[in-house]
Write a protein that binds this ligand. Structure first.
Ligand SMILES: N[C@@H](CCC(=O)N[C@@H](CS)C(=O)NCC(=O)O)C(=O)O
Length: 220
């Protein structure tokens, strides 16, 4: 059974799905799209006009990365990317939620800074949320034991794909430098766990890549 993943080269949301498919040993081919481009195919598959989109072998179109992860866990439970125990499951989902929300807020913040007349109060508000979200994640990871996280769960996948793209996009000049998105060393537990996760084959095979799009033009 082969899946098709509609993804963007730099998308942390799409990368979560690619990592989950690899960890679950599921075959997939990737179709790269630029959702902001004029020739985008994304609206043909999602009413929300966002990627990633996962298309199953029998043609089912599944969209929104959080929902796709749920769908994969329900349809292909082994190996699990969530613990079976209810408390541990909720703990992993909390990290997933924080990672995903911080990622979405960061994406909105990057677009705001690129607008012709950015709103400073709005930027300050998003900046606060990112800083407190990452601090909370650092606090949570500081209380984890390393052994428990050798195999990633959906929380690890959401958190560390977000951190990776913050660093990559700023280093490559794809996004403007934003101090709130600098995490290495500032958050010791996140820095330590990132090194563990980043060396996994599923993470190495899905490293972010540059994509050919002028972000500023999308909000001009
Ligand atoms: N909540 C969505 C967010 C996905 C998202 O923001 N995707 C971006 C690409 S990285 C996109 O398609 N943006 C186009 C748009 O929002 O119009 C998910 O988790 O799948």
């Amino acid at each position: 059974m082969t899946f098709t993943l509609i993804n963007a080269r730099l998308s942390p949301f799409g990368r979560k799905i690619a990592i989950a498919l690899i960890e679950k040993g599921l075959d997939f081919t990737v179709v790269y799209d630029v959702p902001w481009g004029e020739s985008t195919i994304t609206p043909e598959y999602s009413p929300l006009e966002q990627l990633p989109i996962l298309i199953s072998a029998d043609g089912e179109k599944v969209y929104d990365s959080t929902f796709i992860l749920e769908w994969l866990e329900a349809r292909h439970p082994d190996p699990a990317l969530l613990p079976a125990d209810a408390d541990a499951r909720l703990e992993a989902k909390k990290r997933q939620m924080l990672g995903e929300r911080v990622m979405e807020i960061a994406q909105a913040l990057i677009f705001e800074t690129l607008r012709p007349a950015p709103s400073q109060p709005w930027i300050d508000r998003q900046t606060r949320k990112i800083l407190s979200g990452l601090s909370e994640l650092d606090r949570i990871y500081a209380s984890e034991t390393k052994e428990n996280r050798m195999t990633p769960d959906v929380g690890d996948i959401a958190v560390f794909t977000a951190l990776d793209v913050f660093e990559f996009a700023a280093e490559q000049g794809f996004s403007p430098p934003i101090d709130a998105l600098v995490w290495r060393e500032r958050y010791p537990a996140l820095t330590q766990y990132f090194a563990l996760m980043a060396s996994r084959p599923s993470f190495l095979q899905t490293r972010p890549q540059l994509m050919d799009v002028n972000l500023a033009a999308t909000v001009a």
